[in-house]
Design a protein around this ligand. Sequence first.
Ligand code: ZN
Length: 258
Amino acid sequence: MCDQPTTVSLGRQPKRSANVCYKCNTAKPAVKIRHTFYCQPCFLIAFNNKFRSRIGKAFKLSTTKKPRVLLALSGGSASRALLDLVSNFSRLDYEKEDKQKFEKFVVCHVDESCLFPNSASNAAKIQEYVDAAGIEFSRVGLEEVFTSDDAGHVLEVSPQSSFISGDVRAHVVASDASPLDKLLALFTATKKLSAQEDLLGHLRSTLLLREARRHNCTLVLLGDTCTRLAIRVITMTSRGRGAALPVELNDTSAWLGG
Ligand SMILES: [Zn+2]
């Protein structure tokens, strides 16, 4: 046996002391990201710069190519952080409208209070929040998925799918009931919680894409987090949809385009 004392690796060590900010080297740190400590102002600057670099490369933006952008805002911390980042980026260094990064920037909130009555006051607060930032706001109720001519296509499913039964689909689409009644009937007929969650996500995506088309937006930004992506990986793999993961998890995807 070797007499040398065993050294145990503790992984990657901090770049700087935990007692001082890595950037300004003076303030007390408030945030730790990947073994690096930042004070709050330095963290916000670093985070915005990182986002600016990533989004510029991902969307290949230029002064002559300005996309029309729709951002989905649920009101949660992730989508509010995304709104702040995109809002800062879209008006970066410029006050004049013709110098802004996007040709159009719209924030869309899908109001789900018809299913979750406790969230009824959220939409008004979100609108207030977006209006204060001077950004165009679009609010759409979840039941409005049945107000369009393409409502029948919203519930198109494969014959083998257990997602929604054909009878339920026919009843909901053909019925003369109000959009809200149709929505409630659909969720009542969908018994499994996981299926209800899938259905909600599907209807939400449908409405966001419809709003994006209505505003002629070519980009839809979603505030996904690493936790949600991890959940999606496990969910899709368990359903045998692993082949679609590279597309679903990419920075940009035309998967839902058309
Ligand atoms: Zn600092």
